[in-house]
Ligand binder design. Structure first.
Ligand SMILES: Nc1nc2c(c(=O)[nH]1)N[C@H]1C(S)=C(S)[C@@H](COP(=O)(O)O)O[C@H]1N2
Ligand SMILES: [Mo]
Length: 161
């Protein structure tokens, strides 16, 4: 009898703790907005994207020596075409980050072959979030912007206009 009561009390508590813990492990995603519709690019879609490539880049972080790094990411034009997002009427693309930082690219710059990438991996490991002290989970890397001011970290929203 006592045991039954205890189980009846403990079960909901365990269920709540379980829900809380699984909720903590929420997968990252990016919202992509166009005039017509809204897309959600989930982490699985990004991490397993067939157009993801590895490329070297020099990372310049304030107060640190430049470090040669291997990034993995998807060229933005390929990311958009894989989501069936048309670029023909687009003039600019805005990248918003979780910390309020914002970068705007012209469509010409975005389309430059081999220049703009949405990255998710650095030296073989997924980019860590801001909370975990990283530049991710997703970061824009502009390969022909060597000083990296516009390599927006923690990108969570992309707006095409
Ligand atoms: N989200 C976000 N991205 C950002 C920044 C920022 O403050 N927030 N700073 C930019 C600047 S000025 C530089 S030089 C590079 C490297 O920044 P770090 O020195 O903070 O690593 O990230 C760029 N991307
Ligand atoms: Mo900077």
């Amino acid at each position: 009898m006592k045991l039954k009561k205890m189980i009846l009390i403990l079960l909901p508590i365990i269920a709540v703790i379980f829900l809380f813990m699984t909720g903590q492990k929420e997968e990252p995603f990016i919202r992509i907005l166009t005039a017509k519709d809204q897309h959600v690019a989930e982490s699985n879609f990004i991490y397993n994207h067939p157009d993801a490539i590895l490329f070297p880049a020099v990372v310049r972080s304030s107060g640190q020596k430049p470090v040669e790094t291997s990034y993995k990411g998807i060229e933005l034009s390929k990311l958009f075409s894989s989501l069936d997002i048309e670029l023909s009427n687009i003039e600019k693309v805005t990248f918003n980050a979780a910390d309020g930082y914002r970068v705007i690219l012209s469509i010409e710059e975005l389309k430059e072959p081999g220049n703009t990438y949405l990255t998710f991996e650095r030296n073989g490991a997924h980019l860590k979030s801001k909370k975990q002290g990283g530049s991710g989970p997703f970061q824009l890397v502009i390969r022909r912007d060597p000083f990296s001011q516009r390599w927006i970290k923690h990108v969570d929203e992309i707006i095409l206009e």
